[in-house]
Design a protein around this ligand. Sequence first.
Ligand code: PMP
Length: 406
Amino acid sequence: MYQHHFPAVYNNKQRHFFDNASTTQYCTTAIETTSMLDNLPRSNITRGIYKEAEIISEYYEQARQTIAKLIGAKAHEIIFCRGTTEALNISARCLTENLKKNQAVLITDAEHHSNFLPWIELCKQKNLQLYRLPVDTNGAIDLSQLTNFEDKNIAILSITHCSNVTGVISDISLIKKWCIRNNIILVVDGAQMIQHDIPNVSNLDADVYCFSGHKVFASSGIGVLYAKEKLLEKWQPIMWGGGMVLDMPMLNSSELDNSWLKIPQKFEAGTPPYQQAIILSHTLKWLASLDQQALHKHHQSLLKKTNTLLQKYSFIDIIHHSNLPRHPIFAFNIHHLHPHDAAHLFNELGFCLRAGHHCAKPLMKSLHIHACLRISLSCYNTLEELDLFEDALKTIYQHSQKFLTC
Ligand code: PMP
């Protein structure tokens, strides 16, 4: 249904890419935009007073406006950066800058390391308390425990919008209400949401929202840091260089603070990944132009079929069972088979599956496992591929049984 938009998918029918939480295939729009830009005379953005520079600068600012409109933000609230990891690092750095020693940060045990490590490091550096909202026995973030943190002087809550291990979608509207009641800034890691559902940051009322281009059919090396204007105005840049300063106060560093350009330029020192930003904007525009209801229905049918399939076999331990809203991401283990061996065997049979801790070691620890297999499906995956996957699964299990008995 969607495969024809993805040349690497329809030209490789013998391979089945089931690792879309890790990265996604390029869509035709991304490929065509890349080619269009590669054929333009090259020029840096904003620096030149000649036609070529003006054209590419216009494309770049248009990209910002397009993305802002698609996610319900203002253009100057969009900071282009390398990806979710960089966006979370910048936010963590800026948000913890002026916290007092008695203030705290709350994250959850379901976070990707990218939403764990910056907070651990900065809380350590600044002597702040870091709390973790636990997950339930099923691996879902346990929102009922939020009340236990109301007397902890939490200033920031940073949470994933969708888990990269269980696919469970966090109830941001409920979380935001709690944040408002407790005067807490809400940071949302949107890395796993973006390919399934383009967020509307105004409706979500997230203070900060981060995502990566490569997880939504566009290039790597580009990401978006959205933050509310009032935050960005307050934050100090954490990178310095060309294109972000109004005046150069020579050696008098005390004048520097008043010299930054306005947002967003204040946060985009140096030559930004402007081609990738343009590719991302065209890709998101294309994605938004699809029938969103049909897309959602397709994701849900993949979800339902995978769930039924995995539940059929008693030799499979599914990591997360629930009726919570989720995207088609499944973690599981096959009895008596190490996930790395299983992933290797799946590869032999044409399937790209991820195995390991999925950069979510705290979650693995909470679930008392070291590693697991993961299927993460995207719009170009099909129900027929899941039938083939079921055959491969049975073959692999039979194979592993033989191995056990010899
Ligand atoms: N958060 C989540 C939930 C993720 O799944 C990932 C990537 N696997 C990241 C953050 C980091 O994204 P990136 O590597 O694109 O910076």
